[in-house]
Design a protein around this ligand. Structure first.
Ligand code: NAD
Length: 495
């Protein structure tokens, strides 16, 4: 896409900046706002209404009214039509939506173009699911003539809480199952990148989704987020974010024992065997960790490399890292954009110090970039750390930056043991030309998704989620809807 627009005047200025409650964009009851920044320049992008406990109360009440109102009488076919119209609008406005992500969280425009199919595909996938939700008839052994069947019913009001790292697709991922199942929702987008969700809210109304079905309350985690997770009239929370916050969500959800699904972080292993296609493995493993500046939950941050090729692989992946173009995401040539904010940049820098104190070497990168046009943004070099052992903190803790830790191994058994030796289990990768090794490792890795000779692709059809401290529940696939549905059994005596 060639940029013929003024980003601030043409893209950001016209966006709604209020809370979306009951079909209207309104200020926060307190009148408070907060600033959102462009991480490539450090400049203020917009001031957005700051929702708090009272605004969450209003939004939940609107969602409850919508749940029992006309929306409850929408047929599956009507919900499907809404989702299809919404998908068409996402397609029509994709370039603008992509630019909002670029400006609000720093994603390179080139990477956003690669997400086009996923962004448009998500609402279309969930549109397809509307008409296949069905209970079943059951045999039974009760006395007399008894007919038993099950009904699938929407769970109710959903509280959705999202992280900042992929605003467009993560918001669409949360909206899809709500609309497919006939639930309603209050969404609390991340405070670092709330603008895309607000634009999507506008498009939902344009698509004919009734007022109150989707409410959007930007604000901060400990206030608006906590109020949503704690609210006793919310039936389910769908959370994506860090494991630390996930634990708080579970705690807050105890008020009414609401259902909770958690998509949390990871420290995913990407295992490179000596018999791999080296060129494909270098590029695949590099982008598996550096894409989106490493700010991806499934980033393959631990490169487990078979010892005979360890030195060569580290050298080649380091050369690949050094060749990546880091810069403002608005430049179509940029491959790696900025880190989302100063705090996150500080976190990455502090992990470099921890790594050095643990005895690792930066084979590539390792520092903040401040040259020329990058000086006011939050840029960090794609980094490869060598001489890493899996017990080190940099191998155990999620850094959420463009940092790969290269760890040698000698046998497939050792690779599997290292791969599984973290609290997390979100993703994993295997690079090999041996089919048996591929299948054995895919089985041995305790993670929700294993990629073989590729890394990180997501498909709305394919279930996605974590083992262990990476969370519970699955998004995408038919399993996703289970978390938004109750099963009611009806047992009927016929005589
Ligand atoms: P975060 O946990 O700090 O914040 C996520 C969301 O939770 C934000 O909207 C935030 O405002 C809210 N929040 C914070 N404290 C809260 C509280 N006490 N109660 C309720 N809500 C609260 O995470 P982040 O820094 O925005 O995102 C990065 C994390 O998200 C990483 O750990 C990453 O791995 C994870 N992530 C996971 C997936 C996945 O699908 N598994 C996808 C993307 C990101």
């Amino acid at each position: 896409m060639t940029l013929t627009v003024n980003p601030i005047a043409d893209i950001i200025a016209p966006l709604p900046k209020g809370l979306l409650i009951d079909g209207q964009f309104v200020p926060a009851l307190s009148g408070k706002t907060f600033k959102t920044f462009n991480p490539a320049t450090g400049e203020v992008l917009a001031e957005v209404a700051e929702g708090d406990v009272v605004d969450i109360d209003l939004a939940v009440a609107a969602a409850r009214r919508a749940f029992t109102g006309p929306w409850s009488r929408f047929t599956p076919f009507q919900r499907q039509q809404c989702l299809l119209r919404f998908a068409d609008l996402v397609e029509k406005h994709f370039d603008t939506l992509a630019l909002i992500d670029v400006l609000d969280m720093g994603a390179p425009i080139s990477a956003m173009q690669a997400r086009r199919q996923r962004a448009i595909g998500l609402p279309r996938f969930y549109a397809g699911m509307c008409t296949v939700i069905a209970g079943g008839t059951l045999p039974n052994s009760l006395p007399g003539e008894v007919f038993t069947y099950t009904l699938k019913e929407p769970v109710g009001v959903v509280g959705a809480i999202t992280p900042w790292n992929a605003p467009l697709t993560s918001t669409l991922w949360k909206m899809g199952p709500v609309l497919a199942t006939g639930c309603t929702m209050v969404l609390k987008p991340a405070e670092d990148s709330p603008l895309t969700a607000l634009r999507l809210g506008q498009l939902l109304l344009e698509a004919g989704v009734p007022a109150g079905v989707v409410n959007i309350v930007p604000g901060f985690g400990p206030t608006a987020g906590d109020a949503l997770a704690r609210h006793s009239d919310v039936d389910k929370v769908a959370f994506t974010g860090s494991d630390l916050t996930g634990r708080k969500i579970v705690e807050a959800s105890k008020t009414n024992l609401k259902r909770v699904t958690l998509e949390l972080g990871g420290k995913s292993p990407d295992i490179i065997f000596a018999d791999c296609d080296m060129e494909a493995a270098v590029a695949g493993a590099a982008m598996g960790v550096f894409a989106n500046s490493g700010q991806i939950c499934v980033a393959g941050t631990r490169l487990l490399v078979e010892r005979p090729i360890y030195e060569e692989f580290v050298a080649r992946v380091s050369a690949y890292a050094r060749a990546l173009k880091v810069g403002n995401g608005l430049d179509p040539a940029t491959q790696i954009g900025p880190i989302v904010n100063a705090r996150q940049l500080e976190r990455i820098t502090s992990y470099m110090e921890i790594g050095i104190s643990e005895g690792v070497t930066a084979a590539a990168g390792g520092r903040r970039l401040t040259e020329g046009a990058l000086k006011n943004g939050y840029f960090f070099e794609p980094t490869v750390l060598s001489g890493v052992s899996n017990a080190m903190r940099i191998a155990q803790e999620e850094i959420f930056g463009p940092v790969a830790a290269a760890i040698p191994f000698d046998t497939p058994e050792e690779a599997a043991a290292i791969a599984n030796d973290t609290p997390f289990g979100l993703g994993g990768g295997v690079w090999t030309t041996n089919l048996s090794t591929a299948h054995r490792m895919a089985k041995a890795i305790r993670a929700g998704t294993v990629w073989v000779n590729t890394y990180g692709g997501l498909d709305p059809v394919v279930p996605f989620g974590g083992y262990k401290a990476s969370g519970y529940g699955r998004e995408s696939g038919t399993e996703h809807l289970d978390a938004y549905l109750e099963t009611k059994s009806v047992v009927m005596k016929l005589a």
